[in-house]
Design a protein. Structure first.
Length: 280
């Protein structure tokens, strides 16, 4: 399987999205964030994943404005938070994100979590932003099969991406297959399980075998499973390490070894907890 860092997915609306991006959750110290972003751009990252909830869209926008990157050389994803859902609320949230990011057009706008009460109104607003050309693509995050089925009963535009918690402890395989059927790209959030999977002996052994780190084994496993990844780190050496996964390949047996780590343990909420509880 020949893969490269500059590979893209052609999304179901025809636009190209880098497969391997950089997540910026919890990057809030301005100086450290800038160093991290400079390192990421230097090593070749071109997709940046933020959200209004991360409180760093302004800093990310400032970085782009001064980075020397042309607009078509980077891809930005952002998301509205749960309290910003609903028709008017989503349109207002988008405007705020757009201002902070200092961009006329956002590449990918995601519904951060499914919310039962404002479900259709939020998507209607997201579709409006898409129809008006303010976003190049629209998608969802933390949507399980039943949320997607509900959305499909009235959506005019289908999501291009579903961003989901996915790592060796929680591989989300069933949902992955469903997304493939729907031509929706599966993007893994917390692809490293927030670092929590990296102590697993299976990963340490595979790392030794390939002369790589456990984090590199996990990221490569995602790619070979046809999953998009957005690992986060603010440490320059790790940012480089997380990009250096294109010079080796896991065998089928190695892949099965990593599959054995599935223990159903999430690092965050199950989507239905967010779905039904209006206060979060
Ligand atoms: P992650 O799995 O990317 O883990 C990040 C942590 O792993 C780092 O803070 C660091 O402690 C450790 N780490 C990173 N590289 C390492 C390396 N090479 N060696 C050892 N340890 C390393 O977790 P994340 O930040 O939660 O997820 C990645 C991105 O996904 C976020 O930044 C954000 O953009 C997105 N995200 C989305 C949602 C959502 O609901 N849509 C939720 C959480 C995160």
């Amino acid at each position: 399987m020949t893969l490269s860092f500059s590979d893209t997915y052609k999304l179901n609306n025809g636009i190209e999205m880098p497969r391997h991006g950089f997540g910026v959750y919890k990057l809030t110290d301005e100086k450290r964030m800038r160093t991290a972003l400079e390192t990421a751009v230097d090593v070749g990252y071109r997709l940046f994943d933020t959200a209004s909830f991360y409180h760093n869209e302004k800093e990310l926008g400032d970085f782009f404005a001064s980075s020397g990157l042309k607009r078509d050389e980077f891809f930005v994803t952002t998301k509205m938070w749960n309290t910003e859902q609903g028709y008017d609320e989503t349109l207002r949230a988008f405007e705020k994100s757009q201002k902070k990011l200092q961009l006329d057009q956002i590449d990918l706008y995601l519904v951060h979590w499914p919310k039962q009460d404002t479900f259709f109104e939020t998507w209607r607003a997201v579709e409006k932003l898409y129809d008006e050309g303010l976003v190049r693509a629209i998608g969802v995050s933390n949507f399980e099969a039943h949320h997607l089925d509900r959305l499909r009963t009235s959506a005019n535009v289908l999501p291009v991406v579903d961003q989901l918690e996915t790592h060796p402890h929680f591989p989300n395989r069933l949902l992955h297959r469903y997304l493939e059927e729907l031509h929706i790209v599966h993007q893994a959030w917390s692809p490293l399980g927030r670092g929590g999977v990296l102590e697993e002996q299976i990963l340490i052994d595979l790392a030794k075998k390939h002369g790589k780190s456990p984090a590199q084994i996990v990221l490569r496993w995602h790619l070979q499973n046809n999953i998009s990844i957005i690992p986060k780190s603010e440490t320059p050496s790790r940012i480089k390490e997380n990009a250096a996964i294109y010079d080796f390949e896991l065998t089928e047996a190695d892949m099965h070894q990593v599959d054995r780590l599935n223990n159903g343990e999430r690092v965050s909420h199950a989507p239905d907890v967010m779905y039904v509880r209006s206060e979060i």
